[in-house]
Design a protein around this ligand. Structure first.
Ligand code: SAM
Length: 302
């Protein structure tokens, strides 16, 4: 079934009484060149298991199933599994799991479906939860070789920016802590049905074997980063002081200990700088402002 044909899509909609949900980010790929390009960039082969998030009508799933040993596709929209049973009928190596990617036990899912296999994540992500999904995949340190996903272009630029540059945001630092990101290619709105209002881009994240910095507390480092970018127009000293509820002198002294200029702006700091700054602020600073230790959740999603 050729799911890049508009006539096929419209016939499926009519037969199943399906209408696209904006709220679930349902913009399906109709440009026939895109799915092979995504699967090719992900280097999928038959030794691999692929986790797909949001199969929609299954256009990318078909391409992945042709190349991979096995595909597991998580779909939240209850209307889609019956439709996918039809569009994916020719593939014996696909399992559709109905559920929310933000709630399912992903590590258990991978263990159950891909024992002993190399694993990749591939998706045209629903744009309303791009960063939460990516952070969930990275924070759980799932045993995946790479994550190749389509996201909104603006998000792609932030996710793949180099720390210490103007495009960087809090999420940039979190991504770099867990993985090596790369911008692959842009995709125009006309490549989707219905077309979104924004340009998209495909990015790839390759999780590190070990993080590039070792702060005493990951949670404290992420809280410092979030505080800094909470007010990115201010200096890092003012933003961290306001965000963590600490006296400015305490933050200035920690900046000096960490070897960071007092007037530096949040996006001028490197990941090493944030690790050193949170170490210099010390446990007391984070106890005082409410959370401490490694158990606090990484709060970065923008
Ligand atoms: N892969 C298809 C394609 O490229 O044409 C569809 C991609 S569409 C941008 C996003 C898909 O993610 C939709 O099928 C939507 O229903 C699904 N989705 C949205 N939120 C989800 C969630 N929290 N968990 C799992 N799937 C979700």
């Amino acid at each position: 079934m050729k799911l890049t044909d508009l006539s096929t899509i419209k016939a499926l909609c009519a037969a199943h009484g399906f209408s696209f949900s904006k709220g679930l980010g349902q913009n399906f790929i109709v440009n026939p060149g895109i799915c092979p390009k995504i699967a090719g960039a992900a280097g999928i082969d038959e030794s691999m298991g692929v986790l797909e998030i949001g199969p929609g009508f299954g256009v990318l799933t078909q391409e992945l199933a042709r190349r991979a040993g096995k595909v597991v596709a998580i779909e939240i929209d209850k209307r889609l599994p019956p439709l996918l049973a039809e569009t994916l009928a020719e593939f014996q190596n696909v399992t559709v799991v109905e559920g929310d990617v933000m709630e399912l036990e992903l590590a258990a899912l991978l263990q159950e479906h891909f024992p002993g296999m190399r694993v990749a994540v591939c998706a045209n992500l629903p744009y309303y939860i791009t960063s939460p999904v990516l952070m969930r995949l990275l924070e759980q340190r799932l045993p995946v070789e790479q994550i190749t996903v389509m996201v909104q272009k603006e998000a792609a630029e932030r996710l793949t920016a180099a720390p210490g540059t103007r495009t960087a945001g809090a999420v940039t630092y979190a991504v770099h802590y867990y993985a090596q990101p790369q911008m692959l290619f842009s995709v125009q709105p006309g490549s989707f049905y219905p077309p979104p209002k924004v340009t998209s881009a495909v990015i790839q994240l390759r999780p590190h074997a070990a993080p590039p910095v070792c702060p005493r507390s990951e949670a404290a480092m992420f809280r410092t980063i979030r505080a800094a970018f909470g007010q990115r127009r201010k200096t890092a000293a003012n933003a961290v002081s306001a965000g963590l509820g600490l006296p400015k002198d305490t933050v200035l002294s920690a900046l000096a200990t960490a070897g960071i200029p007092a007037a530096a702006r949040p996006e001028q700091l490197t990941l090493h700088n944030y690790a050193a700054l949170s170490d210099a602020l010390g446990a007391a600073a984070f106890c005082k402002s409410g959370t401490s230790g490694n158990n606090a959740k990484t709060p970065i999603q923008k």
